[in-house]
Write a protein that binds this ligand. Structure first.
Ligand code: ADP
Ligand code: MG
Length: 202
């Protein structure tokens, strides 16, 4: 579950009136979730209600509005690299955005901030193109010698932790998995001698 707070202290606004802007967003989002009840759980997260959080700061009472909504297990589109999606997958995503926006509009709701930052892509997306997906042998044990090769990117996320020659170390650690590699897998992740010489992440 996600709690979304509408705190004027931290609220972005165009006209300088943070209280008005926070109140506008809170009231309009609550009203929209209620009006879009049939689309909750598909086009938008499920809505569990609106609340007021009461606190005291230096003896002064402070009240902050919030809503509770379903947590979507995914990332905003703005943080995803379009290149990792096939054209079919990107078309599928754009279709879902168009269909979702059209469904809102049909309920007399206009989305005032439709942009990649505000679209969450679920992690457990079903591939729309399973032929494309199956080229990568999903759900099959594959020797880390291929998919964790320095050239194919995985170790890059851990570069601050790794200060040893990655490739040589990987080869020693997973030596015994070498015989499990099929020729189709080798073709998919070819390993060349020059890759073994790469020592720095970039
Ligand atoms: N239901 C949710 N599940 C998971 N992450 C969420 C959810 N709602 C918002 N987020 C995350 O918080 C960010 C800001 O949320 P958003 O509702 O767009 O706030 P704002 O109205 O301030 O733009 C989103 O980009 C997303 O990363
Ligand atoms: Mg947003």
């Amino acid at each position: 579950m996600v709690a979304k707070f509408y705190d004027p202290l931290y609220h972005d606004c165009d006209d300088g009136n943070r209280f008005r802007a926070a109140g506008y967003d809170y009231s309009h989002e609550c009203a929209s979730y209620k009006r879009l009840s049939e689309l909750q759980g598909s086009v938008l997260p499920r809505f569990f209600g609106s609340y007021t959080f009461k606190t005291k700061i230096d003896g002064h009472p402070r009240q902050i509005c919030l809503i509770l909504i379903e947590r979507v297990n995914g990332l905003p589109m703005s943080r995803l690299e379009p290149k990792i999606f096939s054209k079919e997958e990107r078309q599928d995503i754009m279709r879902q955005i168009i269909d979702g926006e059209s469904a809102l509009y049909a309920k007399d709701i206009r989305h005032e901030d439709l942009c990649p930052r505000n679209i969450l892509i679920e992690r457990s997306r079903n591939p729309s193109n399973s032929a494309e997906e199956s080229q990568w042998f999903p759900g099959v044990p594959i020797s880390p010698l291929l998919r964790w090769n320095i050239y194919y990117g995985y170790p890059n996320s851990f570069e601050d932790w790794i200060d040893w020659p990655w490739q040589r170390w990987l080869e020693v650690q997973y030596k015994e998995t070498e015989s499990t590699i099929t020729s189709e897998q080798r073709q998919r992740w070819p390993v060349y001698d020059w890759m073994l010489e790469i020592t720095s992440f970039s």
